[in-house]
Design a protein around this ligand. Structure first.
Ligand code: GLY
Length: 405
């Protein structure tokens, strides 16, 4: 009986190996992803000695000449580099990552009181939230809770959303951008940490309002919805970083996909699941999606195919699809080929960054603003590392499930 069980399990494990490496070595395998994580960890470790902790030069992007574009903690991107280091520590258990992550994380703390931004999830949750996850130190949790209280102050009950930006007041009354879905994750976590359901309720309502007003009938998303604070109605549907108001800015689609996948995980509201899948369909079935699975910076960019791609959009979208796969195996047959396509391309030599401390090249920040075009950007690294870690974990989950069938 024992010998029979052993043979059966061996057979299933072998079958799983084939499932994960579906096309005889052409598609990425579990081993491929492990190797890529090792490559990234090695590279990031080497970078630690090349970039000294500096509160005024938190890595954001690279200038065209390869020099570092660093910022202080006020930039919406200040949490990503510490977050990358925390994830690499979680993956490798190498304390050199932890020491560096602690150094960079502390620079972001004062942002917990900044009432002028919606980006507190990006800044504080990706740094202090990761610090708490990896150390269980309550002082980091306190920073997350303080930032959540600050963020909750930007919620307007008439609109049913958290206000995104304070600039452009002569045009917008109450602008909400699709990116803001990402900041909800910290609020959901704040309820778990504090027991105060207010954070959860605001986040849930923000997601519902966004679902109602941000999308076109083909499930593409607008970038900016401007609300009337007296009626709660929509005043304008605009873009800020896309080609035009009616175009589909690639990173905006990716924020929406990740945001609704995460909101589904937190609330189990099936409308959010459906939305995330529909956004993935919009992106991956779009005639302008390149066959390698890394989208141009805008699906309606004028000079496609002679337009820059945005690696950050692919990395964020891939994380969103992985969250769906972690929750629901029925979407694997559709999502895994998309995930593996994008991740395989992002791991190809063409996308290696050559400017420390960055890992991934070819992202686009803001083309209409003529800034950060076709360069490495830190949030692409963050979601790239997250995606690889999630893909490795998902592979193991599938393997374990099949082995126990
Ligand atoms: N949240 C700003 C951006 O995606 O560029």
């Amino acid at each position: 009986m024992r010998v029979f069980s052993f043979l059966l399990i061996s057979l299933l494990v072998a079958l799983v190996g084939c499932t994960f490496d579906q096309s005889g070595g052409k598609e990425p395998s579990a081993k491929f992803y492990q190797k890529q994580m090792e490559r990234l960890s090695k590279e990031a470790l080497a970078h630690l000695s090349e970039v000294d902790p500096d509160s005024m030069a938190i890595p954001r992007s690279a200038h065209k000449d390869g020099s570092l574009y660093g910022t202080n903690s006020r930039s919406w991107t200040s949490g990503f580099y510490p977050g990358v280091l925390w994830m690499l520590y979680a993956h490798s258990n190498d304390t050199r990552f932890k020491e560096a992550a602690l150094d960079w994380t502390q620079f972001v703390e004062k942002e917990k009181y900044d009432t002028h931004t919606h980006d507190l999830g990006f800044k504080v949750y990706n740094s202090f939230g990761q610090a708490y996850k990896n150390t269980n130190d309550n002082s980091y949790m306190e920073v997350v809770l303080e930032a959540s209280k600050t963020l909750a102050n930007r919620y307007n009950p008439k609109v049913g959303c958290i206000r995104s930006w304070d600039f452009n007041k002569d045009v917008w009354q109450f602008p909400v951008i699709i990116d803001n879905m990402m900041n909800l994750e910290m609020l959901f976590e704040a309820t778990r940490l504090s027991g105060d359901s207010t954070f959860y309720d605001l986040a849930y309502q923000h997601a519902l309002t966004t679902l109602k007003n941000h999308f076109r009938s083909d499930y593409s998303t607008y970038h900016v919805i401007d609300y009337d604070t007296l009626t709660g109605g929509v005043r304008n549907r605009h873009t800020h970083q896309g080609q035009s108001h009616e175009s589909s800015w690639a990173r905006g689609q990716a924020w929406g996909l990740y945001g609704f996948a995460m909101a589904y995980r937190e609330t189990k509201d099936p409308r959010f699941y459906k939305q995330a899948v529909a956004i993935s369909d919009f992106m991956y079935e779009h005639p302008n999606m390149p066959s390698h699975g890394v989208p141009y910076w805008d699906f309606n960019a004028e000079k496609i195919p002679n337009e820059p791609v945005d690696a950050s959009a692919a990395a964020i979208a891939t994380c969103g699809m992985l969250i769906l796969c972690e929750l629901d195996s029925t979407c694997h047959s559709k999502m895994l080929p998309r995930i593996d396509l994008s991740l395989k391309t992002l791991n190809s030599k063409e996308f290696f960054a050559h400017t420390p401390p960055f890992l991934l090249d070819h992202s686009v920040g803001n083309i209409p603003g003529d800034s950060e075009v076709d360069v490495p950007i830190i949030y692409a690294d963050y979601y790239f590392v997250e995606a690889l870690m999630r893909r490795i974990k998902l592979g193991k989950m599938i393997e374990t499930k099949l082995a126990f069938l």
